[in-house]
Design a protein around this ligand. Structure first.
Ligand code: HEM
Length: 445
């Protein structure tokens, strides 16, 4: 062993009585999540044991921690264990709620619904839905953009994911789905009648029945929607998903896509409204495409819009923290962390570290552009989509969808927020504007 490597035994063991790096969970949401994490890192360092009831929660800070935990080279960080605890009864058996070989097998099959030809097709079919969905935004009064985007992404999910014709019949499905999302974030997990959690369970039952009733048709129709694609997806060895697996994946996919995209569209709209110079720049770029209905390749050419999106999910990562449970002891930052802890890495914290980003609290898309490329200072300093085996499967879909909606928005409207307005951000569990984000969409001449 080289001189510089400390023998494992001498590494301090992280325990309840090792006071220096232990904090009690801050109650009542007194400080926002990012400030709390920054305070822990600045006062206690990159490894902090947080006491949260009976749980041992270990916060690991910085890009090296992100790489270790998310890449999971030694296969000791379970995504299934924390995520089942958080959303297992509502989004049962979703891809993120699987580990190891089982996860790999499912991901391989699901990949079939995310190939480039599939994405090209989704974009083509999304264009008219987005164009129609944005009609209602125009006006002299501010609109709550978050609400409007939520509705739009639900309509996109009904059509592109499920293959339903838009109309009143999508309403109960959207309702069921919203109830499930609310229930998965509910603090009280008891199925009392009328309570949030019970409504979520009923929503799941409704969706299972509704989607289940479509299975036969989906198996046979060779359709372009995600549901049909999952039904006919096969590994090279010919393995397929069972019907119940298809339904579980569909429900999880709709959830994974919905709030994250709504969150990104809202934060990006806010920043473009606050930065008219960038809004004009992305508008010019979009106009230069010379089409009202861009395809996947054309969307890929919207460079400045791409930087603006990347910068937005740096400042407001929809998923601010990522949990795992370690199934074996491991060492990080000179500490030995015993098996069975809830290990949490924090994209939101890493994205605001002055060690990796210049002026990290300023929204500055040019940092992603030529000459600066700040995101390349470390492989894991920009991780809004996670990394490693569980890295977001819908990354390219999300990028295309956000670019498409923004293309339609900036070529049709000038977006503005009230004078002196600052968006109040709720950072967790999913980043969103607390006040719904009032935006005026003024039609362009
Ligand atoms: C801007 C939008 C999005 C963001 C920021 C985002 C972020 C993330 C993150 C951070 C993870 C990893 C979680 C973990 O490691 O514990 C993840 C996983 C996942 N995301 Fe996304 N996501 C977005 C949109 C989407 C969309 C549109 C879809 C589907 C169409 C999707 C499907 C998934 C799936 C299936 C997983 C689980 C992957 C696995 O376990 O192998 N996401 N996402």
């Amino acid at each position: 062993m080289s001189e510089s490597v400390r023998p494992f035994k001498e590494v301090p063991k992280l325990g309840f009585f090792q006071g220096l790096r232990v904090v009690a969970a801050s109650g009542g949401g007194r400080v926002d999540m990012l400030s709390g994490l920054r305070e822990q890192y600045e006062t206690l360092g990159p490894v902090v044991l947080q006491l949260s009831g009976p749980f041992k929660l270990v916060n690991l800070f910085g890009p090296d921690a992100n790489r270790l935990v998310l890449q999971d080279r030694d296969q000791i960080f379970s995504a299934m264990r924390p995520w089942v605890q958080i959303m297992g009864r509502i989004f049962t058996n979703g891809l993120l709620l699987r580990d190891g070989a089982d996860h790999k097998h499912h991901r391989k099959i699901m990949h079939e619904a995310f190939t480039r030809p599939a994405l090209r097709d989704y974009v083509e079919r999304m264009n008219p839905i987005v164009a129609r969905g944005l009609d209602s935004l125009a006006g002299s009064e501010p609109v709550l953009a978050f609400r409007a985007y939520k509705q739009l992404t639900l309509e996109i999910a009904a059509s592109i994911f499920v293959g339903m014709d838009l109309g009143p019949q999508t309403r109960p499905m959207n309702r069921a789905f919203e109830d499930m999302v609310a229930a998965s974030m509910s603090r009280i997990r008891l199925p009392w009648i009328g309570r949030e959690f019970a409504r979520g369970l009923s929503g799941r039952k409704y969706l299972l029945e509704t989607l289940g009733g479509m299975l036969e048709k989906k198996h046979g129709d060779g359709g372009p929607d995600m549901f049909s694609r999952l039904c006919r997806a096969r590994t090279p060895e010919g393995e397929a998903l069972s019907d119940s697996e298809v339904l579980d994946h569909m429900i999880f996919l709709m959830m994974a896509a919905h709030d994250t995209t709504t969150s990104t569209l809202s934060s990006l709209t806010y920043e473009l409204a606050k930065h008219p110079d960038w809004q004009e720049r992305v508008r010019e770029e979009s106009r230069a495409l010379g089409t009202g209905e861009p395809g996947l390749e054309e969307l890929g050419r919207l460079e400045a819009l791409g930087w603006a999106m990347d910068e937005t999910i740096r400042r407001y990562p929809p998923l601010p923290v990522i949990p795992r449970v370690n199934t074996a002891d491991f060492e990080f930052g000179g500490y030995e962390i015993p098996a069975g802890c809830m290990v949490v890495v924090s994209p939101i914290h890493t994205h605001h570290m002055a060690e990796w980003w210049s002026d990290p609290f300023t929204w500055d898309p040019a940092r992603f552009g030529p000459g600066r490329l700040e995101q390349e200072r470390h492989t894991h300093s920009w991780v809004p989509f996670g990394s490693g085996p569980h890295m977001c499967l819908g990354l390219r879909f999300a990028e295309a969808q956000v670019r498409l909606v923004m293309h339609h928005l900036v070529t049709r409207f000038r977006m503005s927020v009230p004078h002196g307005y600052t968006m109040p951000v709720q950072q967790a569990p999913i980043s969103k504007p607390r006040d719904g984000l009032p935006v005026r969409f003024t039609p362009l001449a």
